[in-house]
Design a protein around this ligand. Sequence first.
Ligand code: GNR
Ligand code: NI
Length: 174
Amino acid sequence: MAVREILILPDKRLRLVSEPIKRVDAGIRKLVEDLFETMYAAPGIGLAAIQVGIAKRIFTADLSKKEEDRQPQVFINPEITWASEEKSVREEGCLSIPDYYEDIERSAAMKVKYLDLDGKTQETEAKDLFAACIQHEIDHLNGVLFIDYLSKLKRDRITKKFTKAAKTAKKVEA
Ligand code: GNR
Ligand code: NI
């Protein structure tokens, strides 16, 4: 198991559309282990493979509050099969946009169909924070970030801030 480096805005790979997984094999199971280790270390409640530079349609999630009650969940090739008309607003953050939080409106509840680690099709219904998390992660698989739902002014401001920080970091490295 290994903690992998999380890609940070404005890394262009965050804009890739991830590819469906054809077979749940040993490589995928190893990736899942690393995703969990990286997500728990961050810490975050969800992590999409593209956030560690792997453009495959898979993400991990765990909304438990305490380490003792961990509920690790893996979603492979997830598809939203139903989303409520009812919306809800909650504050979101993203490990690829550290220390930045904004209120985002999404469907309050949804159903998602996906493959589990045995390659078996599953469907589950989610609401509240879990629903927001799944929608946020599926967005990552499509190259979408939560800042895309903000005004252009806010999005440009945060993108510029991270672009500048990345440039400074590069200079320090050199
Ligand atoms: O840790 C995370 N918290 C969070 C809070 C509200 C809605 C979505 C999330 S996901 C985020 C981790 C992350 O960046 N996943 O892609
Ligand atoms: Ni995110």
